[in-house]
Design a protein around this ligand. Structure first.
Ligand code: ADP
Ligand code: ZN
Ligand code: MG
Length: 492
């Protein structure tokens, strides 16, 4: 049966099958300069300005390995729980393409920088699961071809080599992924952890994170994997999910109608949401891999490894666990507060400054994030520093301001960037704890509400709340609530 007649399968047929997915993810390392030369990696420079003989592939130009790129590749490998190989080797991967001036990519082949890791994922209503990482290897990126956008684009393709030689790592997973949701969760975790350790911005729009998916299906209960197709051009999370769902459905429909999945490379088309055959699968021997003669093997000494390890920050999953154990946060709160490194650093500083981590979590997740969102700001440019928010929360804890007054002060902190004490001083917002002043307010409230006084004395103690409310109102929220309670009880 020709694949042209096959479309997609209905859910009840798809349910008979189990998808098997392995991802190959390319991540641009956040170095300032390229992997084998000193050219800048900056995005958006005029075409062909960040280039030199090395990244232009001019004859005789020799590569020099960027130390920072190696360190970032190793940090990524450690974060993915991989074993780092003390010796790895670069290899030439030969192919012809106009945006590849050398005629080969410098990659790693049989001796990658790291192997055998895992990433833990969690999909709703399912137990946590580990996805195996087969390998992490380093390589250089190609340039970019521009097929469109020029007056003579019908006749010419333009090439921009600014990206040529940008450092990448490729992360290959085991075929452990069983659904598009798991694939989505994996990529989310991967992105989070790599951003966290500052090895990549993982900005998919800029191509800093690119993902290819290998997909096959097999009847549920079957042991043997089906034939896989490799789907390319998945440059957003949504496209990854969409492409996987389409491809799974296509393969099921094909098999159910008596056809066979072909081992091939397919291209996802975001306009149609479909994948289409691009070329038959290339094999390793097509690339004529051989050891790169211009680079010595990469040796990671114990000392170098130790210094890289010492620069590693706590991983988000570890931090999440610590926030729960050390600060008594709820699992959900710990999840939210470790989603980004800036946010977790901020929270932790507030927790320390306030001495009340749970209150800190509530303020950061509620008031602060709400205010930042409303102002279109990120935690990075928050007008209220972590120290200032911690100070505000500590004032509540010490009973110096009420929760209500704290909210008002917080709004002013967001608007002005001033600290709580500065605002309280300027606006005369000091909490009134002075007994004489409070007694005066209480007396006025009691005098103004004889009916409620009668009710209270008649045994209706719930009117107490009414009196406290009236006193707080009369004091513009500045009365010390604990002191007000005491005085009211005494006077009533
Ligand atoms: P190839 O030799 O075709 O490159 P590899 O074995 O190197 O295949 O695997 C490449 C990627 O494809 C890996 O991410 C791997 O997990 C995944 N993969 C391998 N076999 C299958 C399969 N039958 N179905 C889905 N994914 C697979
Ligand atoms: Zn260069
Ligand atoms: Mg392979």
């Amino acid at each position: 049966m020709s694949s042209a007649t096959v479309t997609t399968a209905p859910p009840e047929l798809i349910a008979k099958y189990e998808p098997v997915i392995g991802l190959e993810v390319h991540v641009q390392l956040a170095t300032n300069t390229k992997i084998f030369c000193g050219c800048a990696t900056s995005f958006g420079a005029p075409p062909n300005t960040n280039v030199c003989p090395v990244c232009l592939g001019l004859p005789g130009a020799l590569p020099v390995l960027n130390r920072r790129a190696v360190e970032m590749a190793i940090k990524a490998s450690l974060a993915l729980h991989c074993t780092v190989n003390p010796v790895s080797r670069f290899a030439r991967k030969n192919y012809f393409y106009p945006d590849l001036p050398k005629g080969y990519q410098i990659s790693q082949y049989d001796q990658p920088v790291a192997e055998h890791g895992w990433v833990e994922i969690e999909v709703e209503n399912q137990p946590k699961k580990r996805i195996g990482i087969t390998r992490v290897h380093m390589e250089d990126d190609a340039g970019k071809s521009a097929h469109e956008g020029f007056r003579d684009s019908d006749r010419y393709t333009y090439v921009d080599l600014n990206r040529s030689g940008t450092p990448l790592i490729e992360i290959v997973t085991e075929p452990d992924i069983r659904s598009s949701d798991e694939a989505y969760a994996f990529l989310t975790q991967l992105k989070q952890v790599l951003q966290y350790i500052l090895v990549s911005t993982c900005d998919m729009e800029k191509g800093h994170l690119r993902c290819d998916a290998n997909v096959s299906v097999r009847l549920k209960g079957a042991e043997k994997f089906g034939t896989k197709a490799e789907v390319k051009n998945l440059n957003s999370f949504r496209f990854l999910k969409q492409a996987l769902e389409y491809e799974i459905s296509r393969q099921v429909a094909l098999i159910e109608s008596g056809g066979r999945v072909m081992q091939e490379t397919r291209l996802f088309n975001p306009d149609t949401g479909e994948t289409a055959g691009m070329r038959s699968k290339e094999h390793a021997h097509d690339y004529r891999y051989f050891p790169e003669p211009d680079l010595v093997p990469l040796r990671i000494s114990d000392e170098w490894m130790q210094s890289i390890c010492s620069e590693m920050v706590e991983l988000p999953a570890d931090r999440r666990a610590r926030f729960i154990n050390e600060y008594g946060l709820r699992e959900y709160d710990a999840e939210v507060l470790t989603a980004e490194r800036d946010l977790s650093d901020y929270f932790e500083a507030v927790a320390k400054a306030s001495g009340d981590p749970r209150a800190a979590a509530n303020w950061v997740m509620g008031d602060l994030m709400g205010a930042l969102k409303a102002g279109g700001k990120s935690i990075f440019d928050s007008p209220v520093s972590a120290g200032a928010l911690g100070e505000l929360i500590a004032l509540i804890g010490k009973g110096e301001i009420s929760g209500k007054l704290a909210k008002d002060i917080f709004e002013k902190m967001i608007a002005t960037g001033d600290s709580a004490p500065v605002i309280m001083e300027r606006e005369g917002l000091k909490q009134i704890s002075d007994a004489a002043a409070l007694e005066k307010i209480v007396d006025d409230v009691i005098a103004a509400n004889p009916k409620q006084v009668e009710q209270f004395r008649g045994g209706k103690t719930t009117v107490m709340g009414f009196f406290v409310g009236q006193v707080m109102k009369a004091s513009r929220g500045q009365a010390n609530p604990a002191a007000v309670n005491d005085i009211l009880k005494r006077k009533l």
